[in-house]
Write a protein that binds this ligand. Structure first.
Ligand SMILES: Cc1ncc(C[n+]2csc(CCOP(=O)(O)OP(=O)(O)O)c2C)c(N)n1
Ligand SMILES: [Mg+2]
Length: 579
């Protein structure tokens, strides 16, 4: 029998699942796997990051855009601890990840040895599978099991590997289960429930279609259903792009990271078809009185966040097709639908009115216009956490084959740059963006070195408002003094240039245009640091726009502050349509 090092055998299993990239930073406790990564360098890319959190988030960023498992590692103790933020992002956003953890040799385990820690408890909460390998022979099998579990539960599988085991020779006869793996077949809904759902939707005066990730992949059907039954569409943050932003009935999202038409239709809807999402803020943003049809494959989600009239445990994608098959062809256009389309058009016009604004510090609209103008049809936008998420959700036009991701429900700052590394490693021929605030960028900017090392053409846009803007706004809302939210400025483009990237400082519209033109010509990483105004993004969750129902003086102040003269309250649009 041919012999093989156990660590090499493990990597063969990982490769058999189609994994191309492994992200991490070595440590002594991970030597045997580093040796195997060297041996298998022609079939598996090792991507060296400068911080294990970046490695974990790169694996997540790859998995979010590809749907395939991401792989990361950290060495015993500090290297392992650094992974946690990325792993929690995967847990919250249901992303399959394999994390390999170094451990001291078995002879030193359980003796409070240097860097030795009992790693299993630390990973217990974040993982769907969390084991320490006990013998060299079982190493490939345990990793195979871990990958199956990560896929089946769409979560994090952790395998801790005492380093001596990886060095041992074992028989080279392990048969991977990769070819056998099949996702669970997802059920369609019984016809009676489709009929009941349709009845509710047809009886509604103001029906709404809400999409989460569970509805991804059936864009044409979703649009057909929206058009047939005259349903405005809302999406979660991670649902951005399921239907194109340019679709006239796509209202965006509801919440604080949201759009005006999104928040307004969610509050005004009387019936909601809620597909494949666990949006935590349903109680605040979706009319609590609305009739609710919730479709999910996970029965634990029903009724968790909103009262439910009809719970359908089924695959959202099939339910859409079933509804489409049963829906009448002659549903008349409603005033509600027309008002929603007008609201979206009004919002688009308002946003566009700032696109060429030359005021300095720059507004964000010209920056996003530059991004949208340069974006290729299959561009990937990795977006950070903060006001930058609000702006990304509002201004990035995710159309065609473009993809948008962020740190959705875990919302960790410092997500975008690592996630862009992962997306670019997976899809070297696609255009990849990272879009961050100055706070988030500074948390991970050392890994510009990684982009430089691998000459990844990633366009990193930093929106410098010298503030932890999202938290500053929260402090304003609670009438407290600004505490700990001011950031000193730094020239991030210049700093990135010192690390080997092409960097720009942008303060004016002409500088913005020049930087983007140069970025398009670059072949390696680019950092465009745009000094923007600290004006809060329009707080769509607390609009003060309606002269008829709100205090006119407060409306005047709000409109002046946010230049909202042309924004029309949805109430007025509904009244005009008698809806
Ligand atoms: C790791 C982490 N620390 C703290 C927070 C809390 N938080 C959310 S948004 C935000 C501010 C982000 O600032 P910046 O990156 O500059 O973006 P801006 O809001 O200014 O656009 C903070 C501190 C978080 N989400 N993640
Ligand atoms: Mg900021």
């Amino acid at each position: 029998m041919t012999k093989i090092n156990a660590a090499d055998a493990m990597l063969k299993v990982i490769e058999s699942w189609g994994v191309e990239n492994v992200y991490g930073l070595p440590g002594g406790s991970f030597d045997s796997t580093m040796n195997a990564l060297y041996n298998r360098r022609h079939t598996l890319n090792y991507i060296q990051v400068r911080h294990e959190e970046v490695g974990a988030l790169a694996a997540v960023g790859e998995a979010k855009v590809s749907g395939q498992i991401g792989v990361t590692f950290g060495s015993a103790g500090p290297g392992a601890v650094h992974l946690l933020n990325g792993l929690y992002d995967a847990q919250y956003d249901h992303v399959p990840i394999l994390a390999l953890i170094g451990q001291v040799p078995t002879s030193n385990m359980n003796t409070s040895y240097f860097q030795e820690m009992n790693e299993n408890p630390m990973f217990a909460d974040v993982s769907v599978y969390n084991r320490t390998v006990m013998t060299a022979e079982q190493l490939p099998g345990v990793v195979d099991e871990a990958i199956r579990q990560a896929y089946a539960h769409q979560g994090v599988a952790v395998v801790t590997i005492p380093k001596d085991l990886g060095w041992q020779e074992i028989d080279d006869n392990y048969e991977s289960s990769a070819d056998l793996y099949q996702p669970l077949a997802l059920p369609a809904a019984p016809q009676s429930q489709i009929d009941a759902a349709l009845k509710l939707l047809l009886a509604a005066k103001r029906p709404l279609l809400y999409l989460g990730k569970g509805a991804a992949g059936v864009r044409a059907d979703l649009i057909a259903l929206s058009e047939r039954l005259h349903l405005p569409i809302l999406t979660s943050a991670l649902g951005k792009g399921i239907v194109p932003d340019s679709y006239p009935a796509n209202m965006g999202s509801a919440g604080r990271v949201a759009t005006k038409p999104g928040v307004e239709v969610a509050r005004a809807a009387d019936t909601v078809l809620f597909l494949g999402s666990d949006m935590p803020f349903q109680a605040y943003f979706i009319n609590p009185q609305a009739k609710y049809i919730q479709v999910d494959i996970d029965p634990t989600k029903f009724g968790r966040r909103h009262h439910v009239d009809l719970a359908i445990r089924a695959d959202a994608k099939q339910v859409v097709a079933q509804l489409l098959a049963a829906a009448p062809q002659d549903h008349a256009e409603t005033g509600w639908y027309r008002a929603a389309l007008k609201n979206k058009a009004n919002w688009e016009d308002w946003k566009a009115s700032f696109a060429a604004d030359a005021e300095t510090p720059l507004r964000v609209e010209p920056v996003f216009k530059a991004i949208n103008d340069m974006a290729t049809p299959d561009a990937i936008f990795q977006t950070d956490v903060g006001n930058v998420t609000i702006n990304g959700m509002r201004y990035l036009k995710v159309d065609e084959q473009q993809q948008f991701t962020t740190s959705g429900w875990y919302a960790t700052m410092g997500y975008a740059l690592p996630a862009a590394i992962g997306a670019k490693a997976k899809y070297p021929n696609r255009q990849v963006w990272s879009i961050s605030g100055d706070g988030g960028f500074a948390m991970v900017m050392q890994d510009i070195l990684t982009q430089v090392k691998y000459q990844q053409h990633i366009i990193n846009v930093v929106l410098t408002n010298q503030s932890l803007g999202f938290i500053e706004a929260e402090q304003d809302d609670t009438q407290q003094p600004h505490s700990g939210v001011d950031l000193i400025d730094a020239d991030y483009g210049t700093a990135a240039a010192a690390l080997g990237a092409v960097g720009f400082e942008v303060r004016t519209l002409p500088e913005l245009k020049a930087a983007f033109a140069a970025a398009a010509q670059a072949t390696g990483p680019v950092v465009i640091d745009v000094k923007i105004s600290d004006l809060r993004p329009l707080p769509v969750e607390q609009l003060v726009l309606d002269q008829e129902t709100q205090d006119p003086a407060a409306v005047a102040a709000f409109v002046a502050k946010y230049h909202a003269e042309s924004l029309v309250p949805f109430r007025a649009m509904l009244a005009a349509e008698n809806a």
